[in-house]
Design a protein around this ligand. Structure first.
Ligand code: NHR
Ligand code: GAR
Length: 209
């Protein structure tokens, strides 16, 4: 087993941050042929594959085809990066302990979709992003690292999303490095990072996009 398979649905900027960090990406798999990130991967010589969810009659059938595409690369780690399909329990179980996601909120606040609009509507003053292990329950898996950013008075969802995204590009490669170095331990639903002094919470109030 070697390398990372990154699953994307669109732009792929998080996948790009992983590739540009020099991490060993074995393949990029998208559920849409028009995912813009595929072009970046091809340009870098990273193998790509498309498994179009619309070609399958059920989530279970899609997830089986997706697992076949992933298993062809025998990855150590599967990383969801802007991947927009909820995965079934059998898929999650197959990659238990080696399936990560980046979610654009400070979990457990604002799971699911449209997190930036939800954060603005709630009036929170601090928002951010979370890398977590994926479990069958959506956005509820053990947390590896979080980054916080301020919510500013004149923010709209797009401005806030851009500020959060800049931090996603910092924390996701860091979490993956820790995973590949064997430094992450999950116990009782929480994650510890072995042998280092790095802050697991990156508070970056000065970073304003
Ligand atoms: N699957 C499981 N089992 N557990 C998680 O924690 C998952 C997951 C699949 C994806 C990413 C996620 C996020 O970070 C993720 C975490 C898609 C949806 C969604 O509702 C929700 C959360 C996430 C990804 N998707 C719709 C669906 O019907 C489709 C939306 C669309 O295509 O635009 O699957 O927030
Ligand atoms: C990122 O902000 C990621 O956290 C989020 O979508 C964006 C994808 O951007 N993920 C989700 O909302 C998962 N439901 P990218 O394609 O440029 O990495």
């Amino acid at each position: 087993m070697s390398g990372i398979v990154v699953l994307i649905s669109g732009r792929g900027s998080n996948m790009r941050s992983i590739v540009e960090a020099g991490l060993p990406v074995a393949a990029v798999v998208a559920n849409r042929a028009d995912a813009a990130g595929l072009e970046f991967a091809r340009g870098r010589g990273v193998p790509t594959e498309v498994v179009d969810h619309r070609a399958f009659a059920s989530r279970a059938a899609f997830d089986e085809a997706l697992a076949e595409a992933v298993d062809r690369r025998s990855p150590r780690l599967v990383a969801l990066a802007g991947f927009m399909r909820v995965l079934t329990a059998p898929f999650v179980a197959r990659y238990a302990g080696r399936l990560l996601n980046i979610h654009p909120s400070l979990l457990p606040a604002f799971p699911g979709l449209h997190t930036h609009a939800a954060a603005l509507a709630a009036g929170v003053k601090i928002h951010g992003a979370t890398v977590h292990f994926v479990t069958p329950e959506l956005d509820r898996g053990p947390i590896v690292i979080q980054a916080a950013v301020p919510v500013l008075p004149d923010d709209d969802a797009d401005r806030l999303a851009a500020r959060v995204l800049a931090q996603e590009h910092v924390i996701y490669p860091r979490a993956i490095e820790w995973f590949l170095a064997g430094r992450l331990t999950v116990s009782g639903g929480t994650v510890t990072v072995a042998g280092g002094r790095e802050a697991q919470l990156v508070f970056a109030p000065a970073v304003v996009a």
